[in-house]
Design a protein around this ligand. Structure first.
Ligand SMILES: O=C(O)CCC(=O)C(=O)O
Ligand SMILES: [Fe+2]
Length: 199
């Protein structure tokens, strides 16, 4: 018997399919995975250029993959590291839940409430037409905002909790934007693992 509620939540949205599974990982798994991933990862802190101005990205990142094919987004080129045993275990679980195979993983480390991820869609060509993206949270929970590009009323928030899995699929990356805004609340570190498939 599992004491955790693993109730899958399906959100009915125009032009998107969004599935949220809280407590996919036990508290023990969350703790050990957080520690292992944070210490084993060689973190990058890239510059991003927006409208001609260069800033430090407000979070640390790392890319993992089966190939050595670089991944480019927002003028950043990332070179993948090989998957570690811990990351492969988590990938297997994400694949099982989403019924999809991933070959790439982008990890974000939000160090505190000042770290964030601005409005964007994961619509790089290499991800294919309607990409399925599985996003795992370890550590602090943060609020995920998502809004439809053309329907003003379609603006929502979802708290992504420790040990949860969020699946974005269907036409979501064409019609919606998402972000993790900064917060003034005192928050601890959050690890976010987004599994993707690059063709
Ligand atoms: O941190 C999150 O939950 C979202 C990350 C994200 O949207 C991305 O890396 O593309
Ligand atoms: Fe994203």
């Amino acid at each position: 018997m599992n004491l955790f509620s693993e109730e899958k939540q399906h959100f009915k949205l125009p032009n998107a399919e969004l599935i949220y599974i809280p407590n996919l990982f036990s508290m023990h798994e969350c703790k050990t995975y957080f520690k292992t991933i944070k210490s084993e990862t060689k973190w990058q802190h890239d510059d991003i250029t927006v409208f001609g101005k260069t800033y430090k990205q407000p979070r640390l990142t790392a890319l993992f993959g089966h190939t050595d094919q670089p991944y480019r987004y927002s003028n950043i080129t990332m070179h993948p590291h090989p998957f570690t045993p811990t990351l492969l275990t988590i990938k297997n679980k994400a694949e099982h839940c989403s019924n999809h195979i991933f070959n790439t993983l982008l990890i974000n480390l939000y160090r505190d409430g000042n770290d964030s991820n601005g409005w964007h869609a994961d619509n790089e060509k290499e991800l294919g037409k309607n990409p399925l993206i599985a996003s795992v949270t370890f550590g602090e929970s943060r609020t995920f905002h998502f809004k439809h590009k053309f329907i003003k009323e379609e603006r929502h928030k979802l708290n992504l909790e420790n040990g949860s899995l969020l699946i974005m699929k269907g036409e979501m990356q064409h019609y919606w934007l998402h972000q993790i805004p900064k917060t003034k609340k005192q928050v601890n570190e959050r690890l976010n693992l987004t599994f993707r498939t690059i063709n």
